[in-house]
Write a new protein. Structure first.
Length: 196
């Protein structure tokens, strides 16, 4: 499957109320969001996002429900050593959706009650790329570690995973770390507890 910049579904067949018109539209694809979308959500991806979407007409005039899934691999910086860490993201979703003819792109509107959200589309051709990108961004963890035992960087910025012999040395002189307000005291407290 070819990856695309957009994730467009044509929902025209759902908008006709004539007998025999379809009541669902299904599609899947590979999305490589534009730099603009990625920047807006502060997202870096490794490869395209896989998505699936399923829109059904719920029987009302212009009322629909969209459900779907999106998966991708994000790239984060290890919080200790700053190397790049791949993080798998996966999310599924269900939104009520309504058709209100306009020039505006697909958008989420807050419903007053119960913090529910409603997707509003204005054209039969709907690009889900911004929504899918945003949903991935929400799944990104705040921080990442390249491995649990990551040794981080020393004061000179040397990656201690690559030079573990330097790690022992820097642990012996915690002067740099002690500059953080309150940490010095917290460490002394810990020492006291350990000795007790
Ligand atoms: Zn690391």
């Amino acid at each position: 499957m070819q990856s695309r910049r957009d994730a467009v579904l044509n929902l025209a067949s759902l908008l006709h109320h004539a007998p025999g018109s379809e009541s669902e539209v299904e599609a899947e694809g590979l999305l490589e969001p534009s730099a603009e979308l990625l920047d807006a959500d502060g997202l870096t991806l490794d490869g395209p996002a896989e998505w699936e979407l399923h829109v059904i007409n719920t029987g009302g005039d212009d009322d629909f429900v969209v459900s779907g899934e999106v998966r991708a691999t994000a790239v984060l910086e290890c919080r200790r050593c700053l190397t790049q860490v791949p993080v798998d993201l996966e999310t599924d979703f269900v939104y009520p959706m309504v058709y209100r003819p306009s020039e505006k792109p697909l958008r989420l509107e807050e419903l007053d009650e119960a913090e529910e959200e409603l997707l509003v589309f204005g054209q039969p051709e709907v690009d889900f790329a911004p929504l899918l990108t945003e949903l991935l961004a929400i799944e990104v963890p705040i921080t990442a570690l390249c491995k649990d035992e990551c040794l981080g960087l020393n004061e000179e910025g040397v990656n201690l995973n690559e030079h573990p012999e330097l790690a022992v040395q820097s642990q012996k002189k915690p002067d740099g770390a002690a500059k953080i307000k309150g940490l010095d005291e917290a460490l002394r407290e810990l020492d006291r507890k350990n000795q007790a």
